[in-house]
Design a binder for this molecule. Structure first.
Ligand code: UD1
Length: 368
């Protein structure tokens, strides 16, 4: 008997999470993994580049859903995914993270009686204005296997009435991928290409709707970056959402006036990993980057009001400061003055999370 498992990816932060899981599944003759890409992200730079960098197999199934409002995007994924599930009839669907594809595919699977495994379960920002928070809560409610990256997640889940017998503390698959590619990322020529030297630049990412979809917020953050770049050159790979909003709000000129704020297209996994590894500091509103900088020991300033990943603040290099320009500048300068957090490694972020996840899935499924 083979356990048939459909592994779902949709958006950029999913690719590095699913890669080690699919790799691990392939080592077991009694597991038949298939890879489904919903196409929530579809650009060369948001999708294909990651498949190449991570050595991910070509998706077995591509749904080609594309962009759209939340309802449209989620609905389209559901319609297409249901068709594929009825045809392929897997035993388990594995979803990762908190994007719209995560909840859409979970919801389809559970209603077809297919067991759902959620990787990165139990994280909570307690901020319901974040679309990801809704996706996380709902996915956890309907999952049969919940795999967590930090212990606080178990308390969050218990509070929401989730049976803890379904919850497994297995570590962080995104860190499996980081550790696996750390060495090869060193071969990337990106520092040379961007004409920056190790520890002499900062790295910026920005794409949360709360930061980039409001002109005033985006302008204020750009003001802060303009001040910081006078002392430290900043590299800023721009997410398509942010690129669009810079145009819509007419803020491109503001950016051009800051000579040491270098905008680039979104980068591939290896180039970005190398840039993080050698940065003096990272300014971000991403979820995953808070975790990656903690493992790399690079000070991270999170420009959000909250984080669903508190372990990065508790033991890691992360500080969460909101988006007030004064704070952004003050904390950047503190790090430049040598006061960045050093941090230690969170428990089980050791490169073996995928092994643990697949072990649980295999044992439980085989004993059914
Ligand atoms: C999505 C996720 C977010 C994640 C982020 C990482 C949800 C609700 N949000 O947000 O959690 O942190 O991905 O990137 O699932 N676009 C392109 N090319 C692409 C994809 C998008 O140009 O390949 C543009 C489109 O104009 C689109 C916009 O970017 O409208 C936003 O894309 P969307 O998938 O809606 O959300 P993200 O902001 O990327």
């Amino acid at each position: 008997m083979k356990i048939k498992i459909a592994n779902v990816v949709g958006a950029r932060p999913n690719f590095m999470k699913i890669a080690p899981i699919v790799d691990e599944m392939k080592k077991h003759h009694d597991i038949e993994p298939i890879l489904v890409h919903t196409g929530q992200h579809y650009d060369q730079v948001m999708s294909k580049l990651f498949f190449d960098d991570l050595g991910l197999p070509k998706p077995d199934i591509y749904l080609g859903v594309g962009s759209g409002g939340h309802g449209t995007q989620t609905g389209k994924v559901m319609m297409e995914f249901e068709r594929v599930m009825l045809e392929h009839k897997p035993d388990v669907v594995v979803v990762v993270g908190d994007v719209n594809s995560t909840i859409a595919c979970s919801l389809v699977a559970v209603k077809l009686g297919i067991r759902v495994a959620h990787v990165e379960a139990g994280l909570r920002s307690y901020d319901r204005t974040m679309p990801e928070e809704i996706n996380r809560m709902l996915t956890d409610q309907i999952s049969d296997y919940l795999f967590t990256t930090e212990r606080l997640a178990h308390q969050n889940l218990q509070r929401e009435g989730v049976d803890l017998a379904k919850v497994f503390f297995t570590g962080n698959v995104m860190i499996d991928t980081l550790l696996q590619h750390r060495e090869s990322a060193e071969n990337s020529p990106i520092l040379h290409d961007l004409a920056v030297a190790p520890k002499q630049y900062g790295l910026v990412t920005l794409h949360r709707p709360s930061n980039v979809d409001h002109k005033e917020n985006l302008a204020k953050i750009l003001d802060a970056l303009t001040t910081v770049q006078q002392r430290l050159p900043l590299i800023f790979p721009v997410h398509p959402r942010t690129r669009k909003m810079l145009q819509v709000f007419g803020l491109e000129e503001k950016v051009q006036q800051a000579a040491n704020l270098k905008l680039t297209d979104p980068l591939g996994y290896l180039d970005f990993l190398k840039l993080m590894t050698h940065a003096k500091l990272v300014l971000t509103d991403s979820g995953g980057i808070q975790e990656e900088t903690t493992v790399l020991g690079i000070p991270c300033i999170t420009m959000r009001e909250n984080t669903e990943r508190p372990i990065t603040v508790e033991v890691g290099t992360n500080i969460v400061i909101g988006n007030a320009p004064d704070r952004i500048v003050e904390e950047s300068f503190r790090i430049l003055a040598g006061h960045g957090k050093k941090g230690t490694l969170p428990e089980l972020w050791d490169g073996h999370a995928a092994e643990r996840i697949v072990r649980v899935l295999r044992e439980k499924e085989l004993s059914r």
